[in-house]
Ligand binder design. Structure first.
Ligand SMILES: Cc1cc2nc3c(=O)[nH]c(=O)nc-3n(C[C@H](O)[C@H](O)[C@H](O)COP(=O)(O)O)c2cc1C
Length: 369
C-alpha cells in the first residue's frame, strides 16, 4: 500500500502524500497553493518534465562527485533548503527542526524573515551553513535584521524581490485561513503587526504597507553589511543585467513556486536567458518545482550552481521532523548520484548544456531583448 505509514517514503512524492494525510487541511492547502489558477505552479513541473537528459556511456563514472560550493561555502549536494515562512505549521520546533535536518545532510538552509523562530534561535540549532532571506520591512527594521543576521553568523543576505504586493492564495481565502504563530524575528520589539508582517504570506498576518525596495536602494542595503548579496525571484535577462551591474553576488531564479503571480513562465524556462545575461559575473541558482534528482541535473546543466526546494521541506517536517527534512534531501542525493551515473557524468560542477535535450518551442519567448 503506497501510503503505509510504516514504510519509509522512497521519494519526495511519497513524502508529499504522507504529509497530506498528517497535516490539517488548511495548513496543507496553504503550503500547496499557488497564485490564482495555479498555472505557474503547474508549469514549473511540466517545463521540467519536457526536458530530457542525453545520457553518455562507456565513460569512467566510478568516482562521482556531487558536492559543490555556493558563494565559497561547501555543500555536500547541490540542493539547498529554500526560505519559507512559518515552519511551525508543520512542526512545533519549526525552523530549528528544519535547520537540524539540513545540517544532517550537510547543506545550506535559507531562513525566511517570516520564520516562527528567531534567526538567532535557528543559528543556535543549525549545524550547517545559513543564509538570511530578507523581506524589506522599512529602513529601520531591515537594517536591524541584516545586522542581526551578520552578527549571528549567516553567510549571505538573500533579498526576495518578487513580492511587491500581497498575493493571497485563493485556497486560503476560501478556507478563511488564519494563523496565530509568532514571527520570531520581531519578538519583543514592540512593533505592531502591520509593521512586522509583510506582503508575502498574508493570511492571518496584517500586511505592512512599506514601499517595496528599488534598484536605487540596493547600494544602501549593501552599505549595511559586508555579507554577499543574492537576489531571489528575478525572472528576466533585463533585470539580471541590472543586478550584475549593481554588483550582486548571486541570483536565485525563482517564481516563488508559482505563489505570487500566476501566468508567468516557469522558473526553469527563464534560467537560460538569465545565465546568459549574467555571463559568469554572479552565481545563479534555481528553485520552483524541483522534485527529482533528474530535475537537479537539468538545472545544473543549464547553468545553475545549485537548486532549492520549498514545499518538500514541509513534507519532510510533517512526516518526521528533522529526520524527514534530512530524508527528502537524502532522496534527492541518491537520485542525483544515480542520474549522474546513468548519464555518464562524474562531477556536478562540470555539467553542460549537452546533457539536456530542449524540445522545439520550449521556453520560446525567452529570447530577451
Ligand atoms: C508555504 C511557503 C512559504 C514561503 N515563504 C517564503 C518566504 O517567506 N520567503 C521567500 O523568499 N520565499 C518563500 N517561499 C518560496 C520558496 O522560497 C521557494 O521559492 C518555492 O517554494 C520553491 O518552489 P517549490 O515549493 O516548488 O520547491 C515560500 C514557499 C512556500 C511553499
Amino acid at each position: 500500500m503506497v501510503n503505509d505509514l510504516n514504510l519509509n517514503p522512497i521519494n519526495l512524492y511519497e513524502y508529499e502524500k504522507r504529509a497530506e494525510l498528517i497535516l490539517p487541511h488548511d495548513n496543507w492547502d496553504f503550503i500547496a497553493a499557488g497564485a490564482m489558477d495555479e498555472l505557474t505552479t503547474e508549469k514549473n513541473r511540466t517545463a521540467l518534465d519536457a526536458l530530457s537528459l542525453r545520457p553518455r556511456f562507456l565513460r569512467d563514472i566510478t568516482e562521482r562527485s556531487i558536492n559543490t560550493s555556493v558563494l565559497g561555502t561547501p555543500i555536500s549536494l547541490p540542493v539547498m533548503i529554500c526560505p519559507t515562512g512559518g515552519h511551525g505549521i508543520a512542526h512545533p520546533n519549526a525552523e530549528c527542526e528544519t535547520a537540524m535536518g539540513a545540517g544532517m545532510s550537510d547543506t545550506l538552509m535559507m531562513c525566511s524573515t517570516s520564520s516562527n523562530k528567531s534567526l538567532e534561535e535557528i543559528a543556535d540549532a543549525a549545524t550547517g551553513p545559513l543564509w538570511f532571506q530578507l523581506y524589506h520591512r522599512g529602513y529601520d527594521l531591515t537594517e536591524m535584521l541584516v545586522k542581526r543576521a551578520e552578527e549571528a553568523g549567516y553567510k549571505a543576505i538573500a533579498l526576495t524581490v518578487d513580492v511587491p504586493s500581497p498575493s493571497p492564495k485563493e485556497r486560503d481565502l476560501k478556507n478563511h485561513y488564519a494563523r496565530d504563530l509568532e514571527l520570531g524575528n520581531f519578538r519583543g520589539i514592540g512593533k505592531s503587526e502591520e509593521e512586522i508582517s509583510g506582503t508575502d504570506e498574508t493570511p492571518g498576518w496584517r500586511v505592512s504597507r512599506v514601499a517595496p525596495m528599488t534598484w536605487q536602494e540596493l547600494d544602501w542595503l549593501r552599505s549595511l553589511t559586508s555579507l554577499p548579496l543574492v537576489l531571489k525571484g528575478l525572472r528576466t535577462a533585463e533585470d539580471a543585467r541590472i543586478a550584475v551591474e549593481c554588483g550582486v553576488d548571486g541570483i536565485l531564479v525563482s517564481n516563488h513556486g508559482g505563489r505570487q503571480m500566476d501566468a508567468t513562465m516557469s522558473a526553469i524556462e527563464t534560467l537560460p536567458e538569465i545565465v546568459s545575461a549574467v555571463n559568469g559575473k554572479a552565481e545563479v541558482y534555481l528553485d520552483s518545482g524541483i522534485r527529482r534528482g533528474s530535475d537537479v541535473l537539468k538545472a545544473l546543466a543549464l547553468g545553475a550552481t545549485a537548486v532549492g526546494v520549498g514545499r518538500p521541506l514541509y513534507w519532510g517536517l510533517a512526516v518526521k521532523g528533522a529526520e524527514g527534512v534530512h530524508g527528502i534531501l537524502e532522496c534527492l542525493r541518491e537520485e542525483v548520484d544515480r542520474a549522474m551515473s546513468y548519464t555518464g557524468q562524474s562531477d556536478v560542477k562540470a555539467l553542460d548544456e549537452g546533457l539536456v535535450n530542449i524540445p522545439y518551442g520550449w521556453g520560446s519567448g525567452t529570447t530577451a531583448p
